[in-house]
Design a protein around this ligand. Structure first.
Ligand SMILES: C[S@@+](CC[C@H](N)C(=O)[O-])C[C@H]1O[C@@H](n2cnc3c(N)ncnc32)[C@H](O)[C@@H]1O
Length: 269
């Protein structure tokens, strides 16, 4: 238990996740070190495995709390009717669908994700509803966004930036496609602050989550990877630095559920 539940110390985290200057040859995939150029493939395989049961597993594992986190995160963005919004690493489109409540039919929301299986798992949610008039799915890599400079009124990334090999490129790109003064929201897992709560969370994450992943989604390994990837991810202050370096300012942090998840809100200069 002790060895498995290791949260990487503050020196290791930036080295592997934010260590893009100079670029690292290795990247973390869970606790495993893989060649950086292979990480995207590892991530793609991971999401191919979990895509069909992704939404169900999120709800089971978080006891539905992820819906609250997402709702809070999107509400914080203060979107307006008609806004153009990019949902980077958008997966099955949960954040995009919530955002559409604010942007309305005149808005334009693009769910942008590298994984076809995740997109397919999300597309049915908008079929037959008015949402299909304003929500689109586009497949591609967050490190290279195929959109013009200053096109969007807002950008968001939910539980996705952790998976991007060069997070700085992802943030740079989000900054580039936003209009000056536009908001960027990043929702990610983090490290609970209360030690006892963290201990319980570790027990839950290392034992129950992979077990349920094995039973419901057919992959123990994929859900152990999820647990590990959270523990190797940069802490909120370092993530703030990275977001700032990408060209954002007025960065605020909001802790959810004792820090299991964190919302970073930022404004493009
Ligand atoms: C944990 S899911 C989050 C999905 C959704 N945002 C949510 O909150 O439920 C992470 C998503 O990031 C996508 N992803 C990972 N690396 C990516 C990359 N380099 N570019 C675009 N999408 C990526 C995965 O395919 C996956 O759908």
């Amino acid at each position: 238990m002790k060895k498995k539940s290791k949260w990487l110390d503050e020196y290791s985290r930036p080295n592997q996740n934010a260590g893009q200057q100079p670029r690292q040859e290795k990247a973390y995939f869970g606790y495993r070190r893989v060649p950086a150029h292979e990480k995207a493939q590892w991530v793609r395989d991971h999401f191919n495995t979990v895509a069909k049961r992704y939404d169900l597993m999120n709800t089971l594992l978080s006891l539905g709390i992820h819906h609250l986190w997402k709702r809070t995160a999107v509400r914080t963005m203060a979107l307006n009717p008609g806004d153009r919004v990019l949902d980077v690493c958008g997966g099955t489109g949960d954040l995009a669908i919530l955002a559409a409540r604010y942007t309305g039919e005149s808005g334009q929301i693009i769910v942008y994700d590298i994984n076809r299986a995740m997109i397919e798992a999300g597309r049915h949610k908008i079929h037959g509803s008015l949402l299909r008039k304003c929500v689109w799915f586009v497949q591609g890599d967050a490190e290279h966004l195929p959109f013009p400079d200053g096109y969007f009124d807002a950008a968001m990334v939910g539980f996705g930036i952790r998976n991007v090999t060069h997070m700085d490129l992802g943030f740079n790109e989000m900054c580039r496609i936003l209009k000056p003064g536009a908001k960027m929201m990043c929702l990610e897992f983090s490290k609970p602050t209360a030690p006892l709560f963290r201990w319980l969370y570790d027990l839950y994450s290392f034992y129950f989550m992979p077990l349920l992943g094995g039973i419901v989604a057919g992959s123990y390994k994929a859900y152990l990877h999820l647990t590990e990837s959270i523990r190797t991810f940069v802490l909120p202050d370092k993530l703030t630095d990275m977001i700032e370096r990408a060209g954002f300012s007025r960065i605020t942090i909001r802790k959810l559920t004792n820090g299991i998840a964190i919302i970073h809100m930022a404004t493009k200069d």
